[in-house]
Design a protein around this ligand. Structure first.
Ligand SMILES: [Mg+2]
Length: 441
């Protein structure tokens, strides 16, 4: 039988910050969205503050006030509460999170030959054939490795399907299991007891709409879905629900990589072949990264609402100066248009730029992604949107056919990119570059 594990970091952004300031481990920690708008991550101590928040009474006033969550609250609304409990508040540092994410997935990948990077802080592993191991011990080994290597706490869920691994992970996070839950060694009644306590909305792939539809036919928990009549399910619902039902019954319908969900953020960055000392070069490099990130954005059918740019000097060459900074900009309307994204990048570069440093690495992160198909139309500029979509489609087609960068923004300036490659031993481009023409004296 197939065996899958899901490894997921706890409160990832907050944990990344704590990893570098271990003194915060027993304090509430929250991370704010771009421009410090609302709370996007909170560690367990901060989530414990939920008890001080209550939703206002419904209009009838019959229902008791419901506790609500600190997550996604606008910062200004909870600022006093956070201060009163000595909460450490961070602005988001996407460069750090992206880097930690890469390291996290690399460490996880050492534990099985097949890995699917599912999100910024989640990986599935295929542990089929590993049943000779004690998988709970193996899960603990994974946890310890990541805690030692990166200072990040993770939970490990193991089951005969991806849905069960995901569910086991959800339970492992809640305590009682020391961070690892292996469902493959539990008896059926023991598993059912656990599934009974998982709300249907917490099952993988069940969004708000499906949750309501399932609840309407009396399916309120993961156990209800597991025990439901498959014929009735397939009559009323899409094939996805039947698949969830089978997966809860230990039948793996999904293999690794099969669920190709759009990425939640897109990062393009690199170290420069030659350190950058001119603002123009940094702008050009970042517009190039932005252009590639936007291509990826369009390929997955997403639009982004936030653009982050970052740059840093070389930490191994302190004589070149020590400076690192990032800057996030928010677009009025989510977009996938390279030109609009590049505009934000240029503004970002002007904000970040400091003279007298040699820049070693920079990058662009597109975040706050949503599906373009679900995008609200811009009432005031429908024609522009349509034109933009057509232009971007043509640009992508030509670049696919004729090779990368055949068609690009003027500011990418492809003939003249000094930062692009390490070419210390390269002879001058006598024939293709005006600056490097052979001179005769
Ligand atoms: Mg997580």
């Amino acid at each position: 039988m197939a065996i899958f594990a899901l490894i997921d970091a706890n409160s990832f952004y907050a944990s990344c910050e704590i990893a570098f300031q271990p003194g915060l481990v027993n304090r509430p920690v929250v991370v704010l969205s771009n421009n410090d708008g609302c709370i996007v991550a909170a560690n367990a101590h901060a989530k414990a503050l939920n008890r001080y928040l209550t939703k206002p009474l419904g209009s009838g006033g019959y229902r008791a006030a419901q506790p609500t969550s600190i997550m996604f609250q606008p910062y200004f609304k909870v600022e006093r509460l956070l201060k009163a409990h000595k909460t450490k508040v961070f602005s988001s540092n996407y460069e750090l999170y992206a880097d930690m994410s890469q390291r996290l997935h690399t460490l996880i990948g050492q534990f099985a030959p097949k890995q699917e990077i599912y999100s910024i802080d989640e990986s599935f592993l295929d542990l089929t054939g590993f049943e000779k191991h004690n998988l709970t011990d193996y899960g603990q080994q994974i946890r310890q490795t990541i805690l030692r290597g990166l200072g990040l706490p993770v939970a490990v869920g193991i089951g005969h399907s991806k849905t069960l691994a995901k569910l086991a992970n959800h339970l492992a996070k809640k305590g009682d299991f020391s961070g690892v839950l292996d469902l493959t060694v539990l008896s059926e009644p023991a598993i059912n007891l656990l599934l009974k306590n998982v709300a249907i909305g917490d099952v993988w792939g069940i969004g708000k709409q499906l949750r309501q539809q399932l609840q309407a036919v009396g399916i309120h928990t993961a156990l209800d879905l597991k025990l439901a009549d498959p014929h009735k399910l397939s009559k009323r619902f899409s094939v996805n629900i039947l698949r969830s039902h089978l997966e809860l019954n230990h039948q793996a319908c999904l293999q690794l990589d099969e669920v190709d969900e759009p990425k939640q953020q897109i990062l393009r960055s690199r170290s420069f072949g030659q350190a950058i000392s001119e603002r123009h070069d940094l702008r050009q490099a970042l517009v190039n990264f932005a252009s590639r990130a936007a291509e990826k954005l369009r390929a997955q059918g997403s639009v982004c609402q936030a653009v982050t740019v970052f740059c840093t000097t070389n930490p191994f060459k302190p004589e070149q100066g020590a400076y690192r900074n990032s800057c996030s900009l928010r677009l009025a309307l989510a977009t996938d248009d390279t030109r609009l994204i590049a505009e934000q990048v240029k503004i970002g570069v002007d904000k970040l730029w400091r003279e007298d440093f040699l820049y070693h690495k920079a990058g662009v992160i597109l975040s706050e992604l949503s599906q373009k198909s679900q995008q609200q139309n811009d009432l005031f500029a429908p024609a522009l949107n349509e034109k933009s979509a057509q232009l971007m489609a043509v640009m992508d087609q030509i670049n696919q056919k004729m090779g990368k960068h055949s068609l690009h923004l003027a500011s990418q300036d492809h003939a003249n990119q000094r930062w692009a490659m390490r070419q210390n031993h390269h002879s001058p481009r006598y024939t293709t570059n005006w600056q490097e023409l052979l001179t005769v004296s």
